[in-house]
Design a protein around this ligand. Sequence first.
Ligand SMILES: [Zn+2]
Length: 319
Amino acid sequence: MTVHEETIHQLTIPTPFPVGPVHSYLISSDTLTLVDTGPLTIEGKTSLVSQLDTLGYRIDDIEQVILTHHHPDHVGLAGLFKSAVLIGHRFLRPWLRKEEKFFQKYKMFFDEFYHAHGFPRPVIDKVLQSGQKYMDLIEKTDLDVIVSHGDNVPGLKGWRVLEVPGHAQNHIMIVRTEDHTAIGADVLLGSISSNALLEAPMEEGKERPKTLLQYRETLLLVHDLNLNILMPGHGEMIKNVNELIGQRLQEHITRANVIKNLLADNRWSAHEISFQLFKEKHRKQAELTFSETFGHLDLLVELGDISVTKEDGLFLFHK
Ligand SMILES: [Zn+2]
C-alpha cells in the first residue's frame, strides 16, 4: 500500500489534566492502527468510542495500538483494546502492568531524592500521593510487542520507530520516512515546552537519567529527520518543526541563565531554587516545577556553570 492510500485521522479526547485534551491518531492502512488512547475516565472512554464510531469502527476493529509513553492521557484506555496487539517500549511495561515492586522502588527513590534536595516531609508525602492517584487513570494491561529504536513499525509499511527519551524514559515516536511525516505525542508541542520529567532509574544500579539533557539530544535527533509535519499529542499540528526545535533549545539556555544568576550569591537546595523561581506554582504543583528546575540545574552543571556540594546530607547548588 502506498502512502497515498493511507489515511491518518486525528481524534481529540478530553483529559482531567491542565494540558487539556489529548490527540490520538487512527491510521487506516494494511493494519488498522491506533496511536495512543486517552485517559481512563468516563469522558475519555465515551469520547474515544464515539469518535471511532463516527469513522465507522468499533473498539474490536482496531488491530494494533501503538503506545507512545506511559502518561495516563496517552495509555489510560489501552486495556479496552482486548483483541488488538499492544505495542510499546520495554520500559513502558512495568507501568502498564502496574507492577507493585516497581512502584515501591520508584517511590523509595523519590522519597530519598526529594529529601536530599530539601523538600519538607509533608511536601514529599503530598507529591508521592498525587503520583499514585495519577496512575489510577491507567487500566492495567500489558504489551504484546516491544519495539526499539530503528525498528520498522509492525503492520505499517514505511513507518519506523524512534526512541525519544526526555519527556518520558519510554517515549517513542513513529515516522513515515517517505514523506517525512511523524506522530510525535509529547516529544514536541507547539504552544508549550514539553517538560523533561524527573524519573527514577529504570534499571537496577543505573544513575538517575538527566532528563533535560536527554531531551535536548532527542530534539537534535528529531531535527535531523527534517520533518514536514509532526502530529503532536496536544495542540496544533506542527509544520515548522526545526524552527520550533531551535526555539526550544534556546529557551532552555535562557531559563538556565536565570538560575545561574540566582546562584551568583546564594547556595541553595534545588527545592529552594524551585520555590524562588515558581513561588505559588511550586506549592501547588511541586513535582512539575521541580522537574523543570532540576533539568536546568543538570544543564548548568553539565556546562560547568555551577557546582553541587553535599553538606549534612543536603545537596546545595552554587557558583
Ligand atoms: Zn506525556
